[in-house]
Ligand binder design. Structure first.
Ligand SMILES: Cc1cc2nc3c(=O)[nH]c(=O)nc-3n(C[C@H](O)[C@H](O)[C@H](O)COP(=O)(O)O)c2cc1C
Length: 260
């Protein structure tokens, strides 16, 4: 695949969650480059407590994708109703478009060319362990973007973790921190939309205005954000209740789904 080179900063600002993939395979050299990037990430004391289990098209991978597919469909079904994705009649709204993307994502999960299970040695639990795996996940996604692929960090393995561990022989010493599907995007990457920097960056003290921290001209923003009185956002929205205590994602990951 010939891909126009992109600067590091542009890559960071335009690596979106990609959930729809073409049938094109992920080239093995590209996959190796992505995993190389992932394993270059920092970890506490450089212990490199991460392992990446790559599911491609072997017999175990096919079975694992089928197990995950069921779980992803259940996860989305639950989120769809909890977050009231069907409340609007406007088929063109951001939420309706997001719902269609999500439905396509989970309905075609088994056809995802590559699924990476990002695992981390359980040492301290919670944020401390998460800190030694999530930078690697982002490296993986950035490398994918740089090579013309796309993916998304997800936690919808939690409901089938026991089955998945047994099938893939993942030892109890390690947590599955994230499931990351990867493929050639059907759509395309583009500028990510977040809240204005001034809402997210403080100077000196909590709530201290950082007047120097400004968004570049032309930056577009998202409405997704902290819970409101009318539409509370569960920080653990992607996880089944039973899994919220144990998964690294159950720490204060204030992911907001960011429909677009
Ligand atoms: C900790 C975390 C957990 C996530 N879990 C899921 C998930 O279970 N399912 C999913 O489809 N996306 C999941 N996402 C992807 C986010 O919804 C996505 O990154 C976010 O909405 C921003 O999307 P954008 O970069 O395209 O704007 C997760 C992301 C993070 C960082």
């Amino acid at each position: 695949m010939s891909i126009a080179p992109i600067s590091l900063l542009d890559g960071i600002a335009s690596t979106r969650a990609i959930r729809r993939y073409t049938d094109d395979p992920v080239n093995e050299d590209d996959l190796a480059a992505m995993l190389f990037a992932a394993t270059r990430a920092p970890t506490g004391s450089n212990r490199q407590t991460f392992k990446f289990l790559v599911l491609r098209d072997g017999p175990v991978a096919v079975e694992a994708k089928a197990i995950l597919g069921e779980s992803f469909r259940a996860g989305w079904q639950s989120k769809r109703s909890t977050d009231q994705y069907d409340r609007t009649d406007d088929e063109t709204s951001a939420k309706a478009r997001m719902a269609r993307t999500m439905q396509h994502f989970v309905d075609h999960f088994e056809q995802t060319p590559v699924v990476v299970l990002a695992c981390v040695l359980r040492r301290h639990g919670g944020l401390a362990d998460g800190g030694s795996i999530f930078p690697a996940c982002q490296n993986l996604l950035l490398a994918a973007r740089g090579l013309g692929y796309g993916g998304v960090l997800t936690g919808w393995h939690a409901m089938v973790e026991v089955e998945l561990r047994a099938l893939c022989r993942i030892p109890d010493t390690h947590d599955i921190a994230a499931t990351i599907p990867i493929g050639v995007p059907q759509g395309h990457h583009g500028p990510v939309r977040r809240r204005p920097v001034r809402e997210l960056v403080f100077d000196d003290v909590w709530d201290g205005a950082a007047s120097w921290a400004v968004d570049p001209p032309g930056t577009r923003f998202t409405q997704a954000g902290p819970p409101t009185a009318t539409g509370a956002t569960d920080p653990n929205q992607y996880l089944g209740a039973a899994s919220r205590k144990s998964s690294p994602l159950s720490t204060k990951s204030n992911d907001l789904g960011n429909p677009k």
